[in-house]
Design a protein around this ligand. Structure first.
Ligand code: NDP
Length: 336
């Protein structure tokens, strides 16, 4: 059983030396639970947090432990009545080729309803993040302007498309011309802007002539600086992620602007709320029904960035934190 372990904790950006490929024996006929073969491994930005000491909203991985992660697996053997060999399941079995599982937290997939890999993307944790964060906190209304960054990625692409279905004007921010073209031409956003362009703040202002009513915060960093002056009165800001800052080793230099920000929140009556997708776990069925329906009706599109081979997961993950992925980043671990 090949596994990717956390070899050491990163200081700043992760490097290949922080990971180690190991091979272990694993009994293939467990006396309890299920024995699973990993087919797909999801790589997600929150994994940067679990590499650090101390728990964030997900528990830290021990040094020497298997990296945690969402997976789609094939059931090889099962002693649980709800699962049988040949079933496909989605769960959190980590960066490894085979795993034992109790059955708790596993959801059975119907390969006829949608490609099984979508259970890690549009019909999985990232899609649910987009759907619940946008509808519960963003509360989109027809005619409003929504801005989202990391717009070609798993969360951002779903946020923008769902906001369009709700009648919003949608501006997507992404890294480079290929991604910005994609969000307009393929996903149907109203505008796509490259955050690396020198005149990005001016272009953003021109793309939002009526200001911004909803800012779905995925990245922080210099994108937040450009967005901030354009936020209207009563703007809603679902705070989903800050990927630009995940590897920071301290606060940025310069004056502390916390009080100024709180003052602006007061004067402009912004509603800014952090959330973790699991806060809305009780909306899972509704999410699967509604987003699954939109997908089957051709109203939503998704893009996957597939890297083949578990051994390539560390490099792919390091690249994701720098924007090298284009679409939902997946490791194809094995065929069924
Ligand atoms: P993506 O597939 O979109 O990959 C991350 C993307 O972030 C990169 O491709 C890159 O896109 C962008 N990025 C990286 N660094 C920077 C930077 N310095 N400035 C601007 N953009 C940057 O990831 P996801 O869709 O899975 O996740 C998007 C966000 O949602 C993340 O912040 C993640 O942590 C958060 N999240 C939060 C959840 C929650 O429960 N709160 C659950 C799931 C995700 P580009 O090249 O376009 O810049």
């Amino acid at each position: 059983n090949r596994q990717i372990l956390l070899a050491s904790r990163p200081f700043g950006e992760p490097t290949p030396e922080n990971f180690r490929l190991a091979t272990t024996d694993i009994p293939d006929r467990p006396v309890q639970g299920l024995f699973l073969k990993t087919l797909w491994l999801s790589l997600d930005p929150y994994m940067r947090g679990i590499m650090d000491e101390g728990d964030s909203y997900t528990p830290a991985v021990d040094v020497g432990g298997v990296m945690d992660g969402g997976t789609v697996s094939l059931v090889l053997s099962s002693r649980e009545p709800d699962f049988a060999p040949g079933d496909f399941v989605v769960g959190y079995t980590g960066w490894q080729e085979y795993a034992h599982a109790s059955g708790e937290g596993l959801r059975k997939l119907d390969p006829k309803a949608a490609p099984i890999s979508t259970a890690l993307g549009l019909l999985g944790m990232p899609g649910m993040t987009a759907y619940t964060g946008l509808l519960n906190i963003g509360q989109p209304k027809p005619g409003e302007t929504l801005v989202v960054a990391a717009a070609s990625g798993a969360v951002g692409s779903a946020v923008g498309q769902i906001a369009r279905l709700k009648g919003c004007r949608v501006v997507g921010i992404a890294g480079g011309p290929e991604k910005t073209r994609f969000v307009v031409d393929e996903l149907g956003f109203d505008a796509g802007l490259d955050h690396r362009a020198a005149d990005f703040p001016a272009r953003l202002e021109a793309a939002c002539p009526k200001g911004i009513d909803i800012y779905f915060e995925n990245v922080g960093g210099h994108v937040w600086d450009a967005v901030y002056p354009l936020l209207n009165n009563f703007t809603r800001i679902p705070v989903c992620g800050q990927i630009a800052n995940y590897s920071d080793t301290g606060l940025p230099p310069g004056p502390d602007r916390t009080l100024a920000l709180i003052g602006t929140i007061l004067v402009k009556r912004w509603r800014m709320q952090g959330f973790i997708v699991t806060d809305f776990a009780d909306q899972t069925d509704e999410f699967l029904r509604e987003v699954g329906g939109w997908l089957r009706q051709g109203k939503l599109k998704y893009k996957e960035d597939v890297v083949v081979g578990l051994e390539n997961a560390p490099a792919a993950f390091i690249g994701q934190l720098k924007g090298r992925n284009f679409g939902k980043l997946l490791i194809k671990v094995a065929d069924a």
